[in-house]
Design a protein around this ligand. Structure first.
Ligand code: ADE
Length: 354
C-alpha cells in the first residue's frame, strides 16, 4: 500500500536553519507514522467499528468491488486516518489522503479523482469544510463514478461527463451535523468513533512504548491512560513527555509514580484535564455562576477560539459529565465543582468585595 499525501506543506529544511513549525509538524507526523497500527489485529479499541468494517471488507473483497463510501465521525485524535489506512491495506489498495481546506479550487478535487486507480481509497479529512463547488463535483463521482465538468460560460456552456474508476471515499469529520444532507446521504456507511477506555489506552501506550524502546510498568501505562482524555493521540504524546522526564531524571522505567510526577509538571491532572480545560470550567464558574452560558461568551472570556472549545475541549468535558448542554447554554455540573475543589460560592471578586 502506498500513502499519497496531497500538497506536501512541509518543504525540506534548509541546512543549518532552525526548524519551522511546518517542519516540526513533519517530524511529529513521522513519529505518528512510525507508531501507527497497520492492521485491525494491531489496532486496539473501537471493537464495534472493527466488527462492522471486517464484514464490509470481506463482502467487498468477495464481490471484487470497492467498499461502500464511509463517513467516520467523532472527536479529533481517535484514529480516523489510521482506520482509513488500515482499510486500504486490508483491501490491498492505495490510500490518498487530503483535507477539505486543501481542496479550494475545482481542479484540486478533479486532479485527485482522475488519478485514482480502481478500488483506491480517497480520504478527505474535515469533510464538513468542503466548499459548495467541490462538494457538488463529489455527488456524481460518489454515486455514478463520473466527473461532470462544465466548460465555457453563458450560452457556450457545455458539460462533459468523464468516467472515473470505482473508488471508495472515506470522509472524516468532527462535526457530522455540519454536513449537508445530500453529501451525508451518499455515504453507505456512517460510523462514530468513541472515546477509549483508560485500560485500552494503557494497552496502546504499552505498544507504543515497545516501539520507542521505552520500559514501562502496567500501572505506569494506566496512569498515563487515565490522563489521556480517552484519546490515543494524546496518550502517545503524554508517553513521549513522560519518557523525556525519566530520561532527564535518570530512571530507566516509567512507573505509576514517575508518570504521575511528570504529568503533574505538565499540568495534566489525574482526570486528564489540562490548563485550558480548567480555565474554561473556572471561567464558567467564576464569571457566569456555573451557567447557562453561550459558547461565544466562554470564548470571549477565556480568549480561546470558539471552534476549538467546541470541537477539542468540550466533547471530553461532556463525556466525563463536567459540562452539560442545555437549550439556554452550557452549564457546569456538580462533579466539575468537586473536581476543582469549588463550593459554588465563587463569583467575580468585584461582587464579593462589595
Ligand atoms: N496508536 C494509536 N492508536 C492506536 C490504536 N487504536 N491501537 C494501537 N496503536 C495505536
Amino acid at each position: 500500500m502506498t500513502i499519497h499525501r496531497e500538497k506536501n506543506p512541509h518543504p525540506k529544511p534548509e541546512k543549518k536553519e532552525r526548524l519551522t513549525n511546518a517542519q516540526i509538524n513533519q517530524t511529529q507526523d513521522n513519529v505518528e507514522e512510525s507508531i501507527r497500527p497497520h492492521s485491525f489485529d494491531e489496532y486496539i479499541g473501537q471493537q464495534d467499528l472493527k466488527d462492522v468494517l471486517s464484514i464490509v471488507i470481506e463482502a467487498a473483497k468477495t464481490r471484487k468491488e470497492p467498499m461502500d463510501h464511509l463517513l467516520l465521525y467523532g472527536p479529533p485524535g481517535l484514529g480516523k486516518t489510521t482506520i482509513s489506512l488500515i482499510l486500504a491495506s486490508e483491501m490491498g489498495v492505495n490510500c490518498k489522503i487530503t483535507a477539505a481546506p486543501a481542496l479550494e479550487r475545482p481542479r484540486d478535487i478533479t486532479g485527485l479523482l482522475v488519478n485514482l486507480k480502481p478500488g483506491d481509497i480517497l480520504f478527505i479529512d474535515e469533510i464538513h469544510r468542503l466548499n459548495r463547488l467541490t462538494e457538488e463535483l463529489l455527488y456524481p463521482a460518489m454515486e455514478d463514478y463520473r466527473l461532470e465538468i462544465t466548460i465555457g460560460k453563458g450560452q457556450a456552456t457545455r458539460t462533459r461527463s468523464i468516467p472515473l474508476p470505482k473508488f471508495t471515499l472515506v470522509g472524516a469529520t468532527t462535526k457530522v451535523g455540519a454536513l449537508t444532507s445530500p453529501l451525508r446521504d451518499r455515504f453507505g456507511l456512517i460510523q462514530r468513533l468513541k472515546f477509549y477506555e483508560p485500560e485500552e489506552l494503557a494497552l496502546i501506550i504499552q505498544r507504543t512504548a515497545k516501539l520507542l524502546n521505552t520500559s514501562i510498568t502496567e500501572s505506569g501505562s494506566l496512569e498515563i491512560g487515565r490522563r489521556s482524555r480517552g484519546t490515543p493521540r494524546i496518550a502517545n504524546r503524554l508517553l513521549r513527555r513522560v519518557r523525556d522526564y525519566i530520561q532527564v531524571k535518570k530512571f530507566d522505567t516509567i512507573t505509576q509514580e514517575l508518570a504521575a510526577d511528570a504529568l503533574d509538571i505538565y499540568q495534566v491532572d489525574p482526570q486528564g484535564l489540562d490548563w485550558t480545560d480548567r480555565l474554561i470550567l473556572d471561567t464558567m464558574i467564576t464569571q457566569f455562576d456555573g451557567g447557562p452560558v453561550g459558547l461565544e461568551a466562554i470564548a470571549a472570556a477565556t480568549g480561546e477560539d470558539a471552534k476549538t472549545i467546541e470541537e477539542v475541549y468540550e466533547p471530553y468535558l461532556l463525556q466525563i459529565g463536567y459540562v452539560n448542554r442545555t437549550p439556554r447554554g452550557r452549564v457546569v455540573t456538580t462533579a466539575a465543582y468537586q473536581h476543582l475543589g469549588k463550593t459554588g460560592e465563587e463569583q467575580l471578586s468585584i461582587f464579593n468585595d462589595q
